[in-house]
Design a protein around this ligand. Sequence first.
Ligand SMILES: *Cc1c(COP(=O)(O)O)cnc(C)c1O
Length: 376
Amino acid sequence: MYIPYGRQAIDEKDIQAVVDVLRSDYLTTGPKVMEFEKRVAEYVGAKYAVAVNSGTSALHIACLAAGIKKGDEVITSPITFAASSNCVLYCGGTPVFADIDEHTYNILPTEIEKAVTEHTKAIIPVHYAGQPCDMDAIMDIAKKYNLLVIEDGAHALGASYKGHKIGSIADMTCFSFHPVKPITTGEGGMVVTNSEELYKRLVLFRSHGITRDEAMMTEQQGDWYYQQLELGYNYRITDISCALGLSQMDKLDKFVERRRRIARRYNEAFQDIDEIKIPTQLSNCESGWHLYMIQVRSDCRKKIFDRLRKNGVGVNVHYIPVYMHPYYQKNGYDGVCCENAEVFYNRAISLPIFPLLTDEQQEYVIGQVIEAVRGT
Ligand SMILES: *Cc1c(COP(=O)(O)O)cnc(C)c1O
């Protein structure tokens, strides 16, 4: 038996939805793309949505739409997947890492404010594990210094902050539909926004920077005519993927509810175990529980991790602080140190959490974790 830390939940309806598209007229950029965009936008409470072929592409076009360019600084968290800051580098900008809160593992507003300079253009808060960042404080800082806020909501579709779904708060929010994420399209992503202007730019950057919209073109030569206005990409998503995404949206609330139940059971099982620190849950937020991570003593972490893996528990570590990767180290980040992030990294272990994890599997994981922390 090997229990992964995360995996997709695909049922017969998902399969049928994909098969139906394969028999239809459109394989890519057909009716399913717009239906899926509308569905997610309505769910999160945003006006516009642009679906793309990955969460990374979503972050990239969000940075492009925000106008990030050489010389611009963008503040983000070190405890995230590298894509949250790579998207800034793709645009020629400079990611700046602000340390995390030691309890929620999310970026600290006070650290964001300390990192603001005259070159700062945007903030990319990451809702780590699905728990929303302190968005009121982050939006206040953005307003004070005239910055755009691009939420990395890759973990947080279905999560909410003070009663507002993630996706309705900042200038833009990016989601990922990779198989381990809250819903999946295989590969896929989306940017949601309430700004018509940003929406139009996102659409341009998704497809080569090309438009057929007369209102945006400098002239009109005929029905064949289109213009390339920006240097965009081919980040389009297929109708096949979006049909799967639509079918997955039918189950999102059930998925999140199951994740919450699993998290509650872990909390209950570990709360009295001295060797384990369980994640803090804020009272004004509802986490999507993309990840469930515990902290153990840093000097036993590797032993505990190896023992769990050996016994079929697919533990993981989320994340290596981004600036510690060799690419960042050799490109000017060798002097960076976010202390809370490094302490957390040395203690963290992510446990299996996904909708199809059975009660029986979870009890096995719990037993193995308790044995491992006590036995090492
Ligand atoms: C998964 C993930 C991404 C990237 O999404 P892809 O769809 O894999 O490109 C970005 N940020 C975070 C925090 C993620 O977990």
